[in-house]
Write a protein that binds this ligand. Sequence first.
Ligand code: C2O
Ligand code: CU
Ligand code: CU
Length: 486
Amino acid sequence: MLEEKGQKNSMDRRRFLTLSTAATGAMLLSRCATPNSQQPSSVLRSQAGQLTIDLAASPTRVNLGGVRSHLLSYNQQVPGPRWEVRPGDAVEIRFKNQLDVHSNLHFHGLHLPPTGEADNPLRMVAPGETALYRFTIPSDHRAGTFWYHPHHHGNVAAQVAGGLAGLLVVRGDLDEIPEIRAAQEAFLVLQDFDLNWRGQLQEPIPVFRMWGREGNRISINGQASPTLPLPQAGLLRLRLLNASSSRVYRLQLKDHPWYLIATDGGALGEPIETDEVILASGERAELLVPGTREPGTYEIVNLPYDRGTMDMMGGTRGHGKIMGSSTQTEPIQIARLAYQEGTADIPLPKALIPVETLPEPGVTREFVFDHGIDAQTGQPFLINGQAFDHSRVDVQTRLDTVEDWFIINKAGLDHPFHLHTNSFQVVSRDRNPEPYRAWRDVVNVRAYETVQIRVPFRNFTGKTVFHCHVLDHEDQGMMGIVEIAA
Ligand code: C2O
Ligand code: CU
Ligand code: CU
């Protein structure tokens, strides 16, 4: 599907030179007056406790906000269909791989067995093969915004950056809070695509792959900047997913308040007024926007974000700097909120869902993220000096224990840390205590930063993975295996 291979060399230099400048102009789909004709993604809801899905991954032609594009899709949709389940539901997916390379499925953020036919990232589905995925959402699963995407080591970045991603929503107690129930709801799936002039995906040049590919087009639900209704005197609940493979979004609602109500792993204890919402690859956030301002139209913009620079040779900081630190130099509008007549006054809820306090950890570990060359594999992205090896267990833990992990980024580039199977809470960043408790499964560890997280290992045994969610880094070795023993 990456049809540019043959012309790659002639394209490389031009693309490299234009990365920092062209991105801003080309990025904003909405700047051209083309209509949004892509159909919204379908919604697949469980019925009577069961969700059964036929899901096919295939190359597809998509109208991406007026740009004819050749992408990868689930069931011909970019983003893929949104699944909605409740705690206790049984889920069955017949996944057909119609790509020409291996793929599989991962249910990012869900608390599921990491083994067998459940959330098993080490499983492989060959081209043309159909695989059955089966699991039950635990009856005490937190409500929240999760997602699914491919996880076949080595192919993850290309497949996610090609468009393979979809929302996976768990409905529950958060949705039952009266004010939230009465709120208008909108989902925003943020993706970026690196397209050539024919709308085809481009194979990233090597340095771009090192840095983590970013696209020259941002799309929101497969559209250019959408306009969302904001009920006057009511509430709009925004549910955001960063489904880009590397890009960090730094979002601001201009001249208007918004309140964070949930992170990756579900609700906060109470709404928190925020200025910027920063989402690294894989992260989610939910916000409430109260319709209490002067009626009108307000903009959500994405501000430039500095992910740092790639310095390959450890120890010689500043040398070997091979890439600029942002492909975006100006704010870009990604959505508009337009006031509309409200039906009822809805106040902001005072309290949400209490976030439990985890016990003190029994074990503390350190994970150093850095760049170098792994002696065995030659791969450049390392955790504790080693690149991923699927036959090696990096960490042994026990069920029903709590551990503190220090994620130490010794590189000049951000590395968002992600753990499968169990969500965690951030305890501190560079020793500064986290101001509020929240469940997460991704935390962006900034260049040279140390983040302390607290993880409870619950319910499921077996091997699972942790990795950098810059998916090019994951593909190039920045991943490890943790085995949870009974
Ligand atoms: Cu969203 Cu292991 O990844
Ligand atoms: Cu995941
Ligand atoms: Cu990384």
